[in-house]
Design a protein around this ligand. Structure first.
Ligand code: NAP
Length: 275
């Protein structure tokens, strides 16, 4: 029988630990404050921003929300980031992606001071991760590590395969698994004999952005499968990059969608803010 890794429970556990930590910090006169900037009114971004504000309120982190109009210029946005970089009372700055097309995403993310980059996207933080120095780590892959550790799954010495090499998930995921002493292979759209590689995995992390792409033919019997993907199907129901029904019986542990990796991203963002 396989274990369904409960991201909802584990993320709640982390948020409760953070809440206690923030209360103790407050007692010492130390506050935490996150600035969240949204440009335009993309409904999905609106939901994410709201969830972040709610999580801050739960944990005791103050949040400042900037809801800027679609036509905001890149210069104006970078100007606001510059002011927030200088403010001593603001510890974290987050710019909700995607940005409108006329704004250059990379220039904006580079404008955030690395020590306030709670999303872990700034090249300084990415570099720190790759050379094993402390720094902020991208929230979704950091959440995957917590899911594994808190489910009693050892990474050390394991054959780990990451399916996907994006800057926000696949690459930092590979670095984190390496840091935990896994033996890591990264696959992407040009990988040959994909199934041969994924079938070697003791731990398979899937982040390719294709609904139900991975079926049982990609998975070794007894593997741990982590599904980062998130999609809405034709019936408006959420599903992942993994075909859960077909794959789960062949695993020793697997994350569901929803309720797996998804809730961990916000919990790790909050953890970065408290850090
Ligand atoms: P992405 O930027 O689109 O990257 C997808 C990766 O998959 C790329 O590296 C691509 O290879 C690879 N790929 C695509 N098709 C492939 C194929 N047929 N065979 C092998 N590799 C293939 O996606 P992402 O931002 O990493 O996100 C991945 C998924 O995770 C999405 O469903 C996204 O919605 C979800 N996500 C969830 C959370 C969360 O909080 N749960 C957070 C972030 C993302 P190339 O590099 O060669 O193109």
């Amino acid at each position: 029988m396989y274990q369904v890794i409960d991201g909802k429970r584990i993320s709640q556990e982390i948020k409760d630990e953070l809440k206690a930590k923030v209360a103790a910090m407050k007692a010492q006169g130390e506050e935490r404050c996150l600035a969240v900037i949204q440009v335009g009114s993309d409904p999905a971004s609106g939901v994410y921003v709201n969830n972040k504000k709610k999580a801050c309120a739960y944990i005791g982190i103050e949040s400042i929300a900037y809801e800027l109009p679609e036509e905001t210029t890149e210069e104006a946005l970078i100007g606001i980031i510059g002011e927030l970089n200088e403010r001593k009372d603001v510890n974290g700055i987050l710019v909700q992606l995607p940005l409108p097309e006329h704004i250059h995403e990379e220039r904006v993310l580079l404008a955030i001071a690395p020590e306030k980059d709670v999303d872990g996207f700034h090249p300084v933080n990415v570099g720190n991760l790759s050379i094993g120095r402390p720094g902020y780590v991208s929230c979704t892959p950091a959440g995957v590590i917590q899911l594994l550790k808190r489910s009693g799954i050892r990474i050390e010495g394991k054959e780990c395969v990451v399916l996907g090499r994006s800057n926000i998930v696949g690459k930092p995921m590979a670095m984190l698994l390496l840091r935990e002493n896994g033996t890591v292979t990264v696959c992407h759209s040009r990988t040959k004999n994909l199934k041969e590689i994924t079938k070697r995995a003791d731990i398979l992390v899937v982040a390719i952005g294709k609904p139900k792409f991975v079926d049982e033919s990609y998975v070794k019997e007894g593997a741990v499968v982590i599904d980062v993907g998130i999609h809405r199907n034709e019936n408006n129901k959420l599903c992942g990059d993994v075909d859960f029904e077909r794959v789960a019986p062949h695993t020793s542990a697997i994350t569901p969608v929803p309720g797996g990796v998804g809730p961990m991203t916000i919990a790790m963002l909050m953890s970065n803010c408290v850090q």
